[in-house]
Design a protein around this ligand. Structure first.
Ligand SMILES: [Zn+2]
Length: 64
C-alpha cells in the first residue's frame, strides 16, 4: 500500500463509519486473512481472523 492510499483511507474514515463487506478470504500459515471492502466508499482493508491474533504457544524451551 502506498502512502497516498493510506492517507485517502484515513480521510474517508473521518467522513463516515465504514461498513465492511468481506470480498475474499485466504488461508495462510498464520491463520485466515480476510480482504474487506467498504460498501459506502470502496475503501479496502485486510483483516486477520481471531485465530491468527492469538499469540503462538511455545512447543520447545528457549534455545540460546
Ligand atoms: Zn467507507
Amino acid at each position: 500500500m502506498t502512502a497516498s492510499r493510506t492517507r485517502s483511507a484515513a480521510a474517508a474514515a473521518s467522513v463516515h463509519e465504514h461498513g465492511w463487506v468481506t470480498e475474499s478470504v485466504h488461508a495462510t500459515s498464520a491463520g485466515r486473512v480476510r480482504y474487506v471492502r467498504c460498501a459506502g466508499c470502496d475503501a479496502w482493508r485486510v483483516d486477520a481472523d481471531a485465530a491468527a491474533a492469538i499469540p503462538p504457544t511455545a512447543v520447545s524451551r528457549v534455545i540460546a
